[in-house]
Design a protein around this ligand. Structure first.
Ligand code: GDP
Length: 298
């Protein structure tokens, strides 16, 4: 089995391969900057982050009197790491008991898969976990979570029908009664444009706060790394509605371009707690800015 780094590299290099080869034997001239600009845009970094990186790079080339394209690549690596390091924050465990996390995202982003992976991760860190099946719209989602919980000895609080906020409320009380370490409240997938569903998310958050003062302690958004600039729009919208504390960026082993993290760092620097690099339970890794930049630049 390939290491997660290999899969991340393989994924990101599919589209950012010109970032890895761009500098080989190149002259430092306008043509190089233009190629770099299109490579960054192609990688989904967005106009603002691309411009910021180009300006920074040109300044470095001038101030440090760089004459060799390999040095320019090293300078770009440094700039990218500086840009992404503020996103590198770990999910801190043990601050509250139970630690209550609410998980949101659009359909298909990888929310259910991520909750399963996260539960495993938490168990590996000696945390007991309880899941709230807050996706009351899709019976299949509830089933998926329940089956997953049974297989892994994780209690899942689910209701046949009804109000996701009530499921969350019950789950929090149940976790308090059992002395559980972490509660993860799943929510139904929704688009930020579905305003009534965004209101419902706010309600779930409010009700969790009624069940436990100061909760939820973490509000995570799961985004599909393949959706590029659209992922950025999701981060903005969900952050405005809920106040996000962290992100999980999934599917970076696929055809994701990775640059969206640069855009997030520039416009909505919400910490990236984890990245998803595959469909298996162990394919969730804490975000590491240097490793990520190495995977992009090769
Ligand atoms: P949800 O609708 O947000 O709950 O999405 P799911 O968890 O059902 O995931 C949608 C699809 O994406 C499934 O086929 C998952 O196996 C897949 N998926 C989720 N995370 C990753 C990842 O990090 N890498 C890859 N390659 N696939 C993933």
């Amino acid at each position: 089995k390939q290491s997660w780094m290999t899969r991340l590299k393989a994924g990101l290099s599919k589209t950012s391969s010109n970032l890895t080869t761009l500098f080989v034997g190149a002259r430092i001239d306008d043509a190089l900057y233009e190629e770099l600009e299109s490579a960054l845009l192609m990688a989904d970094a967005g106009v603002d982050a691309t411009q910021f990186l180009l300006d920074g790079l040109k300044r470095k080339v001038k101030n440090e009197k760089l004459t060799d394209a390999a040095q320019v690549k090293t300078a770009l690596r440094t700039l990218l790491i500086e840009m992404l390091t503020p996103l590198q924050k770990p999910l801190v465990l043990g601050r509250h008991k139970p630690l209550i996390m609410m998980i949101a995202g659009v359909n298909g982003a990888g929310k259910t898969t991520t909750i399963g992976k996260l539960a495993k991760h938490l168990q590996a860190h000696h945390q007991s976990v309880l899941l709230a099946a807050g996706d009351t719209f899709r019976a299949a989602a509830r089933e998926q979570l329940t089956v997953w919980g049974q297989r892994n000895n994780v209690t899942v609080i689910a209701q046949e029908s009804g109000d996701p906020a009530a499921v969350a409320f019950d789950a929090v009380h149940s976790a308090q009664a059992r002395g559980t370490d972490v509660v993860m409240v799943d929510t139904a997938g929704r688009l930020p444009t579905q305003l009534h569903l965004m209101e419902e998310l706010k309600k779930i958050k409010r009700v969790i706060g009624k069940a436990s003062d100061g909760a939820p302690h973490e509000v995570l958004l799961v985004i599909d790394g393949n959706t590029g600039q659209n992922a950025l729009a999701q981060v903005k919208a969900f952050d405005e509605a809920l106040g996000l504390t962290g992100l999980v960026v999934t599917k970076l082993d696929g055809t994701a371009k990775g640059g969206v993290l640069a855009a997030i760092a520039r416009t909505r620097p919400v910490p990236v707690y984890f990245i998803g690099v595959g469909e298996q339970i162990e394919d969730l890794q804490p975000f590491d800015a240097s490793a990520f930049v190495d995977a992009i630049l090769g």
